[in-house]
Design a protein around this ligand. Structure first.
Ligand code: HSE
Length: 432
């Protein structure tokens, strides 16, 4: 074991700053508990005010990436810049110089880990990314080491704090989407342009990383079905509650003899389900293994120090392990041609229709569902909608289906939407 390990930090934003402070403040503790002296040799960030705020000594401020990777005191480079531009270029430069890399960058790992891992292997160095998924929750280490005895058949989780905060506010305070989003922006959870989080891209990158590891086959993010939360109405959350459901933006991964199924979408789950009580910016991932049965990991999925905890645990791992572990699957740009992906997945559905309030409407609607083989569990009518004078009265009709397939429901709803007596207002999948 090497007794002294030097690190460099690229980017001192929220996570980089938390990482810097954690490494500096815990240096003695790590020396005592891990037997390794981890020193921050240099940092790279153009924001002088930020460097001062964090108390970075002048001699630790690097002028360029070339200077960082040429520094013989640096063994490990921490990338906390984000995105796939400069961050990827810098990571490649570090790996090419034989420095192991620790990153929090889910987009880069999801899109480029095949390239980066190839370079890391060629240069006999490590690529670690615990902080890329679910912040401080050690899900990557769990998948890499803790549950390797198992065939993982299923994972389900809440891996995005911003959307979970927004849905919690909509659920608990009856806020509409825009109000909850503004509140999330004010608190610093949601970014000025919230697309990455609210449209499910962030969750998609994380599911691509986690399911590749869990199912031992490459799951490119482009294979993940994605739907965000920006079209969710507070009224559906409230009606779902009446049926005993809570709405969450779930990542769902399944691996069965039918193939690999990966999806990210708003989902109703029973309010008694453990994931239903994961609120605000908290995250949780639930795994099912053939030997293990079920486990759930829960904690803070974002924030300076929870994410720094994951970054630093990777640094400690890299500093204390001489053998490097790479992907357990063929890490290529595309999926393995032998892996089948299920796209017509099975689910139960919550559907809200606006229907004409007159004799025969219910029979016609249930007839269409029956024609497409969709079985109904519950039907519920709500108070009449406001319509113009002389128009046929309308009301919201809620339909909960039995478990069926995506295609059957889509076909039935297309048929219903094309009638003059019913229009589809909302469709939300239900996991029991
Ligand atoms: N934007 C992410 C979230 C941060 O809201 O969870 C952590 O990846």
């Amino acid at each position: 074991m090497k007794k002294k390990v030097g690190v460099a930090i690229l980017g001192l934003g929220v996570v980089g700053g938390g990482t810097y402070r954690t490494l500096v403040d815990h240096r003695e503790f790590y020396l005592k508990t891990q037997g390794v002296d981890i020193s921050v040799e240099c940092v790279l960030d153009r924001n002088l005010a930020r460097l001062q705020e964090l108390g970075v000594p002048e001699e630790c401020i690097a002028g360029s990436i070339a200077e960082v990777v040429a520094n013989p005191m640096v063994d490990i480079v921490i990338e906390t810049i984000g995105g796939v531009g400069v961050a990827k270029d810098f990571v490649i430069m570090a790996l090419q110089e034989g420095k192991s890399v620790v990153t929090a960058n889910k987009e880069m790992i999801s899109k480029c880990s095949h390239e980066l891992e190839r370079i890391a292997k060629r240069n006999a160095c490590g690529l670690y990314y615990e902080a890329s998924c679910v912040g401080g929750v050690p899900i990557i280490r769990t998948l890499l080491d803790g549950v390797q005895a198992n065939h993982i058949t299923e994972m389900m989780g809440i891996v995005n704090g911003t959307t979970n905060y927004i849905l919690t506010k909509m659920d608990q305070d009856g806020q509409d989407y825009q109000t909850a989003l503004k509140e999330a922006q004010r608190l610093g959870y949601a970014e000025f342009d919230p697309t990455n989080d609210v449209e499910g891209f962030d969750s998609t990158y994380k599911l691509s990383i986690l399911s590749s590891m869990a199912f031992h086959t490459k799951v490119p993010y482009t294979k993940v079905y994605r739907e965000g939360i920006s079209k969710i109405s507070a009224c559906d959350i409230a009606i779902g509650k009446e049926f005993g459901y809570t709405l969450k933006l779930l990542v769902i991964g399944k691996n069965s003899e039918k193939g690999v199924e990966v999806r990210v979408h708003p989902t109703f789950i029973p309010s008694a389900h453990a994931l239903a009580s994961v609120n605000d910016a908290y995250n949780a991932v639930y795994l099912r293994g053939d030997a293990l049965d079920d486990i759930m990991l829960y904690g803070k999925g974002a924030g300076a120090f929870p994410t720094a905890s994951a970054v630093v645990s990777d640094v400690i791992y890299a500093a204390t392990h001489s053998e490097i572990k790479y992907s357990t699957y063929k890490n290529t740009a595309n999926a393995d041609s032998a892996t089948k992906f299920v796209t017509d997945f099975s689910s139960a559905y919550y559907v809200r229709l606006s229907v004409e309030d007159k004799a025969g409407t219910l029979a016609k609607i249930s007839g269409i569902f029956a024609k497409y083989g969709v079985s109904i569990v519950k039907l519920s009518q709500k108070a009449r909608e406001e319509v113009g004078e002389g128009e046929t009265p309308r009301l919201p009709l809620i339909v909960i289906t039995h478990k069926t397939t995506e295609n059957r429901v889509k076909n039935a709803l297309a048929k219903i939407d094309a009638t003059d007596f019913a229009k589809v207002q909302a469709v939300i999948r239900v996991e029991e």
